[in-house]
Ligand binder design. Sequence first.
Ligand code: MRU
Length: 379
Amino acid sequence: MNIQGTAFRTIWLSTDGAAVEVIDQTRLPHAFVIRRIGTARAMAEAIADMVVRGAPLIGAAAAYGVWLAMRDDPSDAALDAVYAALLATRPTAVNLRWALDTVDAALTVLAPEHRGRAARMLADGIAEEDVSQNRALGDNGLPLLQAVAERKRDARTGGDDRGVVNVLTHCNAGWLATVDWGTALAPVYAAHDAGLPVHVWVDETRPRNQGAALTAWELGQHGVPHTVIADNAGGHLMQEGRVDLVLVGTDRVAANGDVANKIGTYLKALAAHDCGVPFYVAAPGPSIDWTLAAGVGAIPIEERAAAEVREVTGRTTAGDIRTVTILPADTPVANPAFDVTPARLVTAFITERGVATPAELPALYPEHDGQADEALAEG
Ligand code: MRU
């Protein structure tokens, strides 16, 4: 995607070939800072501290982390250690485990002296695959938005809303959350680029404000009309008929279609269900965990630091970045970072292989048939 006219991905190899570079997402939207990551340990820290975040990007970043480790020490012990260290960084996004398993399986069978080069190629492959999957998600989701635009044009809704497709999204499932294009925002970019009038309601997404800080920033860079709303506003807007569809990403989908995503997604799904608003989940294949029959109560939910709830960071009018406390001192805090939306609230998944209801999802991935059947039978 373009930033002030220059094409960027979220992760790439440095020009000297000795490190990985990423956009530091903890600094957006106030500063655009590129961070150089030269060791596996630094990559693990970058994932845990959310310098890089979003399920698909976490997977690609972890693969590059394995490369950095193998370049320095390609032994079996180092491979086991980097796998464990990276897997421990964030527990909910299954893309992390998928990427590590993919790389680990390919490297384990190689002699150590070949592992460095192979790990680099595997990480590049995972990054490229993410880009092509997300582009396909955009293509597959576009007809859903086109259908809404046509319906609204036919219905001759009056005023400013005429023919405009109003999408509500939560957190950031845009290109910043992936290597490029995004998942939930891929169909939005495809629609905008195709000349469809689209407008996005952006949930601010407390506590870390990925919507307000990241989604608003990247939509703005691409020129997509959008409005940031407080997290609690979505239900009201849906009741008033001002949301045509909800479109979110996911960190892990279970075989039955239960969806883990950023905390607050479940409440949006409930409101959408009550208001008859379609609720779509953009899910590339690596976000589906075929080993889990169901997600509710089974997908591990990351609990993050209390400081994320206790404090807010922003820019003062003088231009300084400041962090302030918003709670009474010593107030107890809980900070579950994700929730699970039951499959019954999901209208359909948008995948790189097409659009499918939760019940239809396994048929799109026949290579996981045995695994999915087993998981569903056990569940
Ligand atoms: O904690 P984060 O910012 O990594 O959470 C990200 C999300 O919840 C996204 O919606 C999800 O990873 C899908 S990203 C395409």
